[in-house]
Ligand binder design. Structure first.
Ligand code: NDP
Length: 329
């Protein structure tokens, strides 16, 4: 393929951002030792930020957007990969400093690639995408902390979103009693179908709260931040832990140290972008084992490439349920 389509982000002299579908050539690609024909990408919250220009995610212009992709290798000089291998990539600067996955072809460093577990199609890999892999990193962090379902419930915030939906599905599969916190109570049936045991209104958690509250859960998976994360910490049982990966409510954390010093609660940060390769591979292998594919399919919508620019900003308003996969080529 000499020419291919991609979504490019450029900066005008006025400082405003220009987003366009462009025809590109192989010679336009950045350096890398592996070429991948991209079949699928996905829409994550961060893609919404990039395409709407609301946050300084892109650090080099012009850029090709898309923070993840799945596809088949066309050319490789990397020792671990050969043409025909099915691979995926999350993070490692995609759509920040390196051309991203909203492109029919990518050229990347093979050290950034993960082989798609054989249980998953390329579409499945992107139905999971950065959001689902981050959900798994969160579960692994709770497990490393030594927490088990027998110790009490786990609360999942942003429940009807991408990270939230996949976290619920994995945790329920592992035997956890999952309390799903959502602003969309009309999605309660959906949340129960994917594994929630209880659904609560996110209003219970989103306003300023007390330094310590009644102990309600032993663990939490938060993708919301701000008052919600502060309240979850304040209601975590002694010795418990909460993972923090997101900022859908806000980047602030208006909390007190009370849960940490009076109940020994831990706050575990999750960064999917710079996660070391062994932990990534572990997460994808655990997804292959602990994520119910029927549930994954029930929470996934597939859209064509030409609808990405119109669809991505909706995720910033919390209007997307579960996961959106983009069929690239
Ligand atoms: P989604 O938009 O799919 O999910 C976010 C959910 O948060 C929404 O669906 C909504 O759930 C809830 N929400 C939205 N606005 C608010 C609000 N104002 N107050 C409280 N809750 C709100 O996004 P993703 O799941 O893709 O990502 C979630 C977050 O995690 C983002 O901030 C993203 O940047 C971050 N993230 C971080 C990663 C990392 O490496 N650290 C990797 C992946 C994601 P509901 O309607 O159920 O309330």
């Amino acid at each position: 393929m000499n020419t291919f389509k991609a979504i490019t982000i450029s900066k005008e002299d006025t400082g405003s951002q220009n987003v366009a579908y462009r025809d590109m050539m192989d010679t336009d690609l950045m350096d890398g030792n592996v070429d991948v024909r991209v079949s699928h990408s996905t829409i994550n919250y961060k893609d919404g930020l990039v395409l709407s220009g609301k946050s300084a995610v892109v650090r080099k212009f012009p850029m090709i957007a898309g923070i993840d992709f799945a596809g088949v290798i066309e050319r490789s000089t990397h020792r671990d990969f050969k043409p025909g291998d099915r691979v995926l990539q999350n993070g490692f600067g995609l759509s920040e400093t390196h051309y991203g996955g909203y492109s029919q072809k990518v050229r990347v460093n093979g050290d950034w690639l993960v082989k798609i577990p054989e249980q998953f199609s390329e579409l499945d890999a992107m139905a999971i995408g950065t959001a689902g892999y981050t959900a798994m990193l969160s579960v692994l962090a709770l497990e490393r902390h030594g927490l088990r379902p027998s110790e009490g419930p786990v609360v999942v915030t942003g429940a009807a979103g991408g990270v939230g939906s996949i976290a619920i599905s994995i945790l329920s599969h592992l035997g956890w009693h999952v309390i799903a916190s959502t602003g969309r109570l009309q999605e309660s049936e959906y949340l129960k179908e994917i594994g929630a045991a209880e659904v609560i209104d996110r209003k219970e958690l989103s306003a300023p709260g007390r330094p310590l509250g009644k102990e309600r859960w032993i663990a939490g998976v938060d993708s919301v931040g701000s008052h919600t994360l502060a309240n979850i910490l304040a209601m975590t049982k002694a010795g418990g832990a909460v993972t923090a990966c997101g900022l859908a409510q806000g980047m602030d954390l208006p909390a007190s140290v009370a849960p940490f010093i009076l109940r020994g609660v831990s706050l575990l940060g999750i960064d999917s972008v710079n996660c070391p390769m062994p932990r990534r591979v572990d997460a994808w292998n655990r997804l292959a084992k602990d994520l119910d594919l029927a549930k994954l399919h029930s929470m996934t919508t597939v859209i064509p490439f030409d609808q990405v620019v119109d669809t991505a900003p909706l995720i910033l308003n919390g209007e997307i349920r579960g996961r959106i996969v983009v069929k690239i080529s």
